[in-house]
Structure formats: structure tokens, C-alpha cells
Design a protein around this ligand. Structure first.
Ligand SMILES: [Zn+2]
Length: 91
């Protein structure tokens, strides 16, 4: 099986204020700056982030599969909305 990924709002890890897409180096930040991403795909431990474009470009090659985000403790209700269409197509 491929790696499970979660689509979620970007939350910086402790001691860090940003991350980069693992493939194209697009920048993820919580703050609102030009040309930064505020949500994307991440591994279940949030150690790697992947932008929307790279997810679509590479998901078949790496056999990623999208899983529901179990960590909703500090997130707003928008993340309890129905799963993205991409999940429905993959399941
Ligand atoms: Zn990317």
C-alpha cells in the first residue's frame, strides 16, 4: 500500500513557521503572505507536506491514498465538512 495522506489546513510544527512542498518547494505558512499555501496534503505525522498540484501529479506514481483527518482538536468546523471529491473517486 502507498502512504496515507490527509488533506488539511497547514499548521506549523513547534519551532517552525513554515514548511515546503516535498516536490516543488511551494511554501506553506499559517500567516497570510503572498504566494504561500494555507492547506495541502500531509503525512499522518505532519512531517511532510505536498501541495495540491503535486498531489494530483504524483499520487498514482506513489500510490498515495487519502484518509480522513482524525486530528480535529484545534480545527474549525470547516474540516468536518464532507470529504473532498478526490477521496470519493479513490475509494
Ligand atoms: Zn508541490
Amino acid at each position: 500500500m502507498g502512504v496515507p495522506l490527509i488533506h488539511r489546513r497547514y499548521e506549523p510544527a513547534a519551532g517552525n513557521d513554515h514548511d515546503h512542498c516535498a516536490f516543488c518547494w511551494a511554501k506553506f505558512m499559517a500567516e497570510d503572505y503572498p504566494d504561500v499555501l494555507h492547506d495541502g496534503y500531509t503525512t499522518t505525522d505532519a512531517s511532510h507536506w505536498i501541495c495540491d498540484q503535486c498531489f494530483h501529479d504524483f499520487r498514482e506514481r506513489f500510490r498515495w491514498h487519502l484518509v480522513p483527518d482524525a486530528n480535529t482538536t484545534d480545527l474549525t468546523n470547516r474540516w468536518s465538512a464532507p470529504l473532498p471529491a478526490v477521496y470519493l473517486r479513490l475509494s
